[in-house]
Design a protein around this ligand. Sequence first.
Ligand SMILES: [Zn+2]
Length: 88
Amino acid sequence: MAYQCPRCGQNVSRASSTQAALAGGLVGSLLYGAFGSFECRQCGSISEEEFPPEVRRKMMFGSIGMMAVAVTLLAIVVVVLIALNSTP
Ligand SMILES: [Zn+2]
């Protein structure tokens, strides 16, 4: 999912964090991505308020989607752990 920088018009990407990825694995990096800021290669980090309203609405749905994926992954991990623990 690519968004345009409100300052220079280039594509921005969600800021990623290696620390969050290490701490929480895939789920951690997904959650970080869902709430993290955006980064433009030219202008640095861009706050959500700088984007036009329709773009922000799309971002919100994108964040909800990422949250849903993270929660689903967590649920799968929990189910697998329970299944592993219950085997004799
Ligand atoms: Zn920019």
